[in-house]
Design a binder for this molecule. Structure first.
Ligand SMILES: [Zn+2]
Length: 329
């Protein structure tokens, strides 16, 4: 049954949201690039949220109604210096040596524009003022968090299913925080070599490669979409255990990881699910899929007559070609 908090007009969106996927490295980096482009130097003059609930009591994030005033106190009147990405986390560094940490989780995405507050009885809703994707795309209408900025515009978080996490930490404590300290290396860093990839994956020799690629403690930033695409391009079955991979397989995975993550960035991320860029427009990587959610379609690898299949691995879907990604153990 459709949740009563979701308008009838959004039924198709709600159906889609059941298949929600978490933004991965290219989506999170595109958002960070947008923050750096539009928000640097602006002061936060107010913060509003309707995330607050007693259910999150005791947690150090803004869904805890006791923590939100602390959050507000630490961010209001400070300037946005710059944003950076670590794995799937967005770090927004402030002038007062605090950092806002946002993990968009399944359906969250950050947007920037001019918004107005509408009040109906006790209900308060933020609505984009100008015509365009911020107002017209249904995925952009679930505004849970609003930063009012010194230029009169707003930086907001739309989050249909309310899974996102937002907190604030002293900037100096960020690397050793419980949110970041467990994360593996960044695959697009200059010093991320084939050898490092091989060593990281070999920490879980019995793990199947699909799950190992998505394990944030081994390598940071890769999830369901890009792991499927990397394995398709590398001609490796998603269920191959890491211990069975040969050197040439690690080389192929490393090379395709660089190519595909950079391609995701070039296309401003993947908007098959809820993710949108900071101006509310969709990314376009969903048009480039060769495996992800192409179940039953012919494989597009040159010379391959296979079909894309779907299998469940560890409660997640994997999509692969039944011909050029044979299971060889
Ligand atoms: Zn194929």
């Amino acid at each position: 049954m459709t949740s009563p908090c979701i308008p009838k007009t959004l039924r198709s969106s709600v159906r889609a949201s059941k298949l929600s996927v978490m933004p991965e490295l290219p989506e999170v980096q595109t958002t960070v690039n947008g923050i750096n482009r539009y928000l640097r130097g602006l002061k936060i003059v107010d913060v509003w949220t309707n995330y607050k609930s007693a259910y999150h009591n005791g947690k150090n994030h803004i869904k805890n109604y006791k923590f939100f005033p602390i959050f507000k106190n630490k961010v209001v009147d400070s300037k946005i210096i710059q944003a950076e990405r670590r794995a799937k986390n967005i770090l927004i560094h402030l002038s007062n040596e605090n950092t806002i940490l946002v993990h968009m989780k399944m359906t969250g995405h950050l947007l920037y524009g001019k918004y107005g507050l509408q009040k109906r009885g006790k209900d308060e809703t933020w609505v984009a003022i100008q015509k365009g994707p911020l107002r017209d795309d249904p995925f952009n209408r679930f505004i849970r968090l609003v930063f009012t900025l010194s230029n009169g515009k707003h930086f907001v978080l739309s989050d249909l299913r309310k899974f996102a996490k937002v907190t604030v930490l002293p900037t100096k404590d960020i690397p050793d925080s419980s949110e970041l300290s467990h994360l593996g290396p960044e695959p697009l860093d200059d010093d991320f070599t084939v050898l490092i990839l091989e060593n990281r994956l070999n920490r879980r020799p019995n793990c199947v490669i699909k799950q190992a690629l998505m394990d944030q403690t081994l390598i940071a930033g890769i999830g369901n979409i890009y792991s499927d695409e990397i394995l398709w391009a590398s001609s490796i079955h998603p269920k191959v255990p890491v211990r069975s991979l040969k050197r040439k397989d690690f080389v192929a995975i490393w090379k395709n990881m660089q190519v595909i993550l950079n391609k995701g960035l070039d296309f401003k991320g993947d908007s098959m699910s809820d993710y949108r860029t900071i101006d509310g427009t969709p990314g376009k990587f969903q048009n480039e899929h060769r495996a992800y959610r192409r179940t039953g379609k012919p494989c597009t690898k040159r010379g391959c007559k296979g079909t894309i299949r779907r299998m469940v691995i560890g409660a997640r879907s994997a999509h692969f070609c039944d011909t050029h990604q044979k299971l060889k153990i």
